[in-house]
Design a protein around this ligand. Structure first.
Ligand code: ZN
Length: 477
């Protein structure tokens, strides 16, 4: 499989460290609020990568952290503690907030068919691990103490800016955003590994450390949790593109300083979801969550379908109009699949041919938009329905769009509607509802009442609503 590697800025043949096995690390959510659908786009695309690697036969182990401590509103080690901010807003403890939003995050993932990684580790359960690694960095001369905090010394590295699209000027952006310069830092790019002095005296969660009571920096979390579960060699590290700098840059700095060798071979970054006014964020514009999509009547699968229609290395523009188009296309697709009849023998030649075409596009840097096209190619293919259904079920092991389930649901619904319209009682009720409406329109209320009473005797209750009259059969009739 060819995979784009942000570290080398080229598409490379993916070769895992250990044959047949893949270790994959995903930066998890900061659990102080709901995830917005922009974050979830990243998790959907990472999920496709995870599932595709499994589909092609790899034994994948995936690890995700949960940031439940020490993540500041600015990545430059300053700003407010997001967790504490959430706790204050909702008048809960930090741990209550963390549990609540962790559960919500996985509910959203489930609704979007995003697999839960094998290991999900909250930062607060790994404090000893962080301290051990920071101690070692101190011993090796990569870290120093200043003003009560422990900093990573970026000048000790041969190369700090490993992602070439991010240079030192990017740090200045943080400064422009009102971030205070930290005079304890020896170099502008240095970052905090352990805080004992922070701007918030009321930081709720603190731990003992060799440097005093405090809490870990954000970046150390991912390095330690990854190494704890996946060892010294990581195959793929995933995340949103906004994490490449400084978060992933700092992860590489501290992990490789600690290990003394290269840590992660492939960096998989997903581009932003934008709105017409720019990058989607929690603070800007409408707060778009999975629950909001559901409230507005969109099946979460429509959002997954929408995301798959574009490549992960392109930014994607969200609008309600785009969602409506995606819904229309998804419903049409399900209707076409629902019309297939599971009859006949599977045509193995046609099956292999279509499957190879599907794999060819995903092997090319996970081209999901062409993988969606492959679904339509199957529907158009000159082969029988049984083969088509088998292929779609097979593709859906990767795409996870509930293609077969929703088609079956649609057919069951049709059956139900047909069964009830064949029922003579239903026919009579429907006709009488029309007659009653006409009677009412002609101000013949006696007739309208007679119809209602006649049906009531048969145990049928009419319910008048703004949209018209519906009916139900009383259970004890
Ligand atoms: Zn991370």
């Amino acid at each position: 499989m060819q995979l784009y590697n942000s570290l080398t800025r080229t598409k490379e043949e993916f070769i895992p460290h250990e044959a047949g096995k893949v270790s994959m690390y995903t930066c998890g959510p900061t659990v102080y609020h709901f995830a917005h659908i922009g974050n979830l786009r990243t998790y959907i695309m990472e999920d496709i990568l995870d599932r595709y690697l499994r589909y092609t036969g790899y034994d994948v182990t995936r690890v995700m952290n949960i940031t439940d401590v020490g993540h500041l509103t600015s990545d430059a080690d300053t700003g407010e503690d997001k967790m504490l901010k959430g706790a204050k807003r909702e008048k809960k403890t930090v741990m209550e907030i963390a549990q609540f939003y962790t559960d919500k995050f996985f509910e959203d993932c489930k609704a979007l068919n995003i697999r839960r990684p094998e290991v999900v580790e909250p930062a607060t359960s790994c404090i000893d691990e962080f301290i051990r690694v920071i101690e070692s960095l101190m011993e090796k001369g990569y870290a120093y103490e200043a003003g009560g905090n422990i900093y990573f010394d970026t000048s000790k590295l041969r190369q700090y800016y490993v992602f070439h699209n991010f240079e030192e000027e990017d740090l200045a952006v943080g400064v422009r955003d009102g971030v205070e310069a930290d005079s304890n830092k020896r170099n502008k790019a240095d970052f905090v590994l352990w805080f004992t002095k922070s701007k918030f005296d009321d930081q709720e969660l603190k731990w003992n450390s060799p440097w005093g009571v405090g809490y870990p920096g954000w970046h150390i979390e991912c390095s330690c949790i990854s190494m704890k579960h996946l060892g010294e060699h990581l195959d793929i590290h995933c995340g949103g593109i906004d994490n490449a700098f400084p978060h992933h840059t700092n992860e590489i700095a501290q992990s490789e300083a600690f290990l003394g060798h290269k840590w992660c071979n492939y960096w998989f970054h997903v581009l932003h979801l934008n709105t017409n006014s720019g990058k989607m964020s929690k603070s800007k514009g409408e707060f778009l969550t999975v629950s909001l999509l559901t409230e507005k009547g969109y099946d979460p699968m429509v959002y997954r379908f929408f995301c798959l229609q574009s490549h992960y290395r392109k930014s994607l523009v969200f609008s309600w109009e785009n969602m409506d188009n995606a819904r229309l296309a998804y419903d049409k697709l399900i209707a076409r699949i629902a019309s297939l009849k599971a009859e006949g023998e599977i045509d193995q030649t046609a099956f292999d041919e279509q499957k190879a075409a599907f794999m060819r596009v995903l092997d090319n840097d996970l081209n999901t938009s062409l993988a969606v096209t492959a679904i339509y190619d199957v529907l158009k293919a000159k082969t029988n329905d049984a083969t088509k259904l088998a292929l779609l079920a097979d593709f859906d092991r990767v795409l996870c769009l509930n293609l077969i389930e929703n088609a079956e649901k649609k057919n069951a619904q049709k059956e139900e509607e047909k069964a009830s319209s064949d029922d003579p009682l239903v026919k009579e009720i429907e006709e009488l509802i029309v007659a009653r409406r006409e009677a009412k329109a002609a101000k013949n209320y006696a007739e309208a009442d007679r119809i209602r009473a006649y049906l009531a005797e048969k145990g049928v209750t009419l319910v008048d609503t703004k949209e018209g009259t519906t009916w139900r059969i009383e259970a004890n009739a």
